[in-house]
Design a protein around this ligand. Structure first.
Ligand code: C5P
Length: 229
């Protein structure tokens, strides 16, 4: 597909900090609009997981960029396979999230993952969630959303998610890790976490997921309609 054909496919971006509700909102928007879904954090988690698994240092930029270039994930519904291993649960571990945020600060890793993320743009449209979807990966997105929530509430949500999945979790460790991850994601030199210019900003603290989805969906529909004119 040519670049201009690709750029005519509509993209909705949902960016925000860890456990802000991006994943839930992006999945709801994709289902309601009938669009594909890109969870870009998974790519960074895969690099983090491979580095931990193979003993590559989380600061060895050249080796990590090679790992990122060589990623050949297979997706089967919710299941993710890497190197013939089913890694869906492993990728969700807190330790892997922390490793992901460390490797994500390296320009070589981000550059290696850019093409794979852009290739997720397929008809009839894409909802992409992450940290830099609206600022770097899809700057031409028709609709950009940035969501936030207080750190305590985000830690509680993540705690609930991990427990529901049968994974280990501890609230005080989570609070500390999320705080550190926020600081690393927002403070890095390359593609820092920030709202794209013109993005709709939604604070999801004390709001339930259906209310946030309704607000975001109404906004996206109006943007998509005006873009079609
Ligand atoms: O969204 P998720 O928590 O799965 O992302 C894991 C980590 O990957 C984040 O803390 C962030 O450092 C990194 N990331 C990123 N850019 C993205 C998506 C995720 O830097 N677009």
């Amino acid at each position: 597909m040519t670049f201009s054909a690709l750029s005519s496919i509509p993209v909705v971006t949902v960016d925000g900090p860890a456990a802000s509700g991006k994943g839930t909102l992006a999945a709801g928007l994709a289902a309601a609009l009938g669009f594909h879904l890109l969870d870009s954090g998974l790519f960074y988690r895969m690099v983090g997981w491979k580095a931990l698994d193979s003993g590559v240092s989380l600061s060895d930029e050249a080796a990590l960029a090679c790992l990122a270039t060589g990623l050949r994930p297979r997706f089967d519904g919710e299941a993710v396979w890497l190197d013939d291993r089913e890694v869906s649960r492993a990728l969700r571990q807190q330790e892997v999230g922390t490793a992901a945020s460390k490797v994500a600060a390296l320009q070589g890793v981000r550059a290696a993952l850019l093409h794979a993320q852009r290739m997720a743009r397929r008809m009839p449209g894409l909802v992409a969630d992450g940290r830099d979807m609206g600022t770097v990966v899809f700057p031409d997105a028709v609709c950009k959303i940035f969501i936030t929530a207080g750190v305590e509430e985000r830690a509680q949500r993540r705690h609930k998610q991990l427990i529901e999945k049968g994974l280990p979790s501890n609230m005080s460790t989570l609070l500390q890790e999320i705080g550190e991850r926020d600081a690393r994601d927002a403070g890095r030199d390359v593609a820092p976490l920030k709202a794209a210019s013109g993005a709709l900003e939604i604070d999801t603290t004390k709001r339930d997921a259906p209310a946030v989805l309704a607000q975001a969906l109404a906004y996206c529909r109006s943007r998509l309609e005006s873009d079609a004119c």
